[in-house]
Design a protein around this ligand. Structure first.
Ligand SMILES: Cc1ncc(COP(=O)(O)O)c(C=O)c1O
Length: 447
C-alpha cells in the first residue's frame, strides 16, 4: 500500500518516469500523449532542453534566496518581461507558488487597497457561478464551483456573492444576439452591486475563458468590456483569473488581450512555469501599488516561497522559449487545426453538443441528446470512464462533470502543449474517437 495520500486513494495509477516532448512515459514504457497538459499546465511538453539547461544553470548558482532578504536577477527579469507585455495599467508582479495563492493575494490586496484609500466599508466580493478560483478557503469562497464548495460551505467566507456565468451554449435565448446575451448577463453584475450597496463592494473576479468547471467557455464578444464599464462606474476592482487560460493558452500571452480589456489585478500560474517548477503571480495595477506605497508602505501578506529563485529562472526560460520560438502563432494556427479536426470527426456526433474554445484551449460538451441538449445521468460518471479509457489508449485528456450547475453535464477539456504538430492533432482525434465510441456505447447499454 502506498503511503502517499493520493487524490483518489483507492484507484491505482501508472508511475510517470520520464518525459519526451508531448509524451509522458510510465514505468512499463507505455507512452501517453499529453493532450491536456496535465491540467492545462505543461505548455512546453516535457523535458524541454532549453528549460532544463536554464534550470541546471540556476541551481549551479543559487536555488533559493529568501525574498525577505534578497531580490534576484531572474525574478526581476521575469517581472520586467511580464509587465512589458501586460495589459495597460499593470505595473508590478507579486510572485507566489500557484493559482490559489495568486487569487488569495488578489482578495487580500483588494481589501488592503480600500483600507489604504479610506473606504474600509468595501468588504464584499462578487464572482460567477460555475467558475473556479482555487481550493484554499478564500479562493474557494470566491469561486462558484458548486461541487467543490459543497462540503466546505459552512466555513466559506460570507462576503462572497455570485452572478450568472457567460455561457452562451446553454443560456443564450434563440431570439437574442450574442452581444445582447453578453450585455444581459454582464448587467447582472450591476444589479448585484446595487443590491449589495455600491460602496460596500470591493472586487469582481472572473476567468476570461472559464476552464475546468464548465469546460472551456470563452466570454462572448463585448461581455468583458461591459463588465469593465460597470466596475469603473462603481469603483469596484476587476480581477481576471487567467491561471488556466493565460500565458499563451488562447494564442495571446494574456487571454484578455483578445477582448481588449485590462483588469486591475491579473492572476496567472500553470503556463507561467509550464510545470517545470511551481510558480504563480498576481499582476497589480499602478493605482493599487501607489495606494500602498503612499499609505502603510507594505502589502500585509506573503509566503515563504514567494519569488523562489529557481522557479523564477525556470519561468523566465519558459517564457523566452514561447517568445523566441514564436509559439503563440503556433497556438493560434494549431488551435484552428485542432478544432477543425474535432468538428470533422465529432461535429455531427449525436452526443457532442458543443465544441468551443480559443487557441489550444478546447472544450467538448457531451449530451445525451444533441437536439434537446439533455445531459447524461450524472450517476453514469462518464467523465471518470472517459479519463480511464483514454489512459488505457495512451491519451491524457481532462474530462469533467457538473458542467452546468456542479451536478449535471459532462465535458472534455483539451489543452495540449504549444509545440504540437499535425501528427499529434491526428493522434488526439483518433484516440479520442475510440474512447468516446467505446464509453458512449457502454453508456447506452447501461442507460
Ligand atoms: C482558473 C483557475 N484559478 C485558480 C486555480 C487554482 O490553481 P492551483 O491549483 O495552482 O492552486 C485553478 C486550478 O485549476 C484554475 O483553473
Amino acid at each position: 500500500m502506498s503511503h502517499v495520500f493520493h487524490r483518489l486513494p483507492t484507484e491505482p495509477m501508472p508511475t510517470a518516469v520520464s518525459g519526451d516532448g508531448c509524451y509522458i512515459v510510465d514505468s512499463n514504457g507505455k507512452r501517453y500523449l499529453d493532450a491536456s497538459g496535465g491540467a492545462a499546465v505543461s505548455c512546453l511538453g516535457h523535458s524541454h532542453p532549453a528549460v532544463r539547461q536554464a534550470m541546471h544553470a540556476q541551481i549551479d548558482k543559487i536555488a533559493f534566496a529568501y525574498s525577505g532578504f534578497f531580490t534576484s536577477e531572474p525574478m526581476e527579469e521575469l517581472a520586467d518581461y511580464l509587465i512589458s507585455n501586460a495589459p495597460e495599467g499593470l505595473e508590478r508582479v507579486f510572485f507566489v507558488s500557484g493559482g490559489s495563492e495568486a487569487l488569495e493575494s488578489a482578495i487580500k490586496i483588494s481589501r488592503q487597497y480600500f483600507v489604504e484609500i479610506g473606504q474600509k466599508q468595501r468588504t464584499k466580493l462578487i464572482a460567477r457561478r460555475q467558475s473556479y478560483h482555487g481550493n484554499t478557503l478564500g479562493a474557494l469562497s470566491l469561486g462558484g464551483n458548486m461541487a467543490r464548495r459543497e462540503l466546505y460551505q459552512p466555513v466559506l467566507l460570507e462576503n462572497a456573492h455570485h452572478i450568472a456565468p457567460c455561457y452562451a451554449y446553454r443560456d443564450k435565448r434563440h431570439d437574442e444576439s450574442e452581444e445582447a446575451y453578453g450585455r444581459r448577463v454582464a448587467d447582472e453584475l450591476e444589479a448585484k452591486i446595487l443590491e449589495l450597496g455600491p460602496d460596500t463592494v470591493a472586487a469582481f473576479a472572473c476567468e476570461p475563458v472559464v476552464g475546468a468547471t464548465s469546460g472551456v467557455v470563452p466570454a462572448v464578444s463585448g461581455y468583458l468590456k461591459r463588465i469593465r464599464e460597470i466596475c469603473d462606474k462603481y469603483g469596484v476592482l476587476l480581477i481576471f483569473d487567467e491561471v488556466m487560460c493565460g500565458m499563451g493558452r488562447t494564442g495571446y500571452l494574456f487571454a484578455c488581450e483578445e477582448d481588449g480589456v485590462a483588469p486591475d489585478l491579473l492572476c496567472i500560474a500553470k503556463g507561467l512555469g509550464a510545470g517545470y517548477q511551481p510558480i504563480g503571480a498576481m499582476l497589480v495595477a499602478g493605482k493599487i501599488c501607489k495606494a500602498i506605497d503612499e499609505g502603510s508602505g507594505a502589502f500585509m501578506h506573503g509566503h515563504t516561497y514567494m519569488g523562489h529563485t529557481l522557479s523564477s529562472a525556470t519561468a523566465l526560460a519558459v517564457q523566452k522559449v514561447i517568445r523566441d520560438d514564436n509559439l503563440l502563432e503556433n497556438v493560434r494556427k494549431r488551435g484552428v487545426e485542432l478544432r477543425t479536426a474535432l468538428e470533422e470527426r465529432f461535429g455531427n456526433h449525436h452526443h457532442v453538443g458543443d465544441i468551443r474554445g480559443r487557441g489550444l484551449f478546447v472544450g467538448i460538451e457531451l449530451v445525451a441528446d444533441r437536439t434537446t441538449k439533455q445531459t447524461f445521468d450524472p450517476k453514469l460518471a462518464l467523465h471518470n470512464k472517459i479519463r480511464l479509457k483514454a489512459m488505457e489508449e495512451g491519451l491524457m485528456c481532462y474530462p469533467g462533470a457538473g458542467t452546468i450547475d456542479g451536478k449535471n453535464g459532462t465535458h472534455i477539456l483539451l489543452a495540449p502543449p504549444f509545440i504540437i504538430d499535425e501528427t499529434h492533432i491526428a493522434e488526439i482525434v483518433e484516440k479520442l474517437g475510440r474512447v468516446l465510441d467505446s464509453v458512449l456505447a457502454d453508456a447506452k447499454t447501461s442507460a
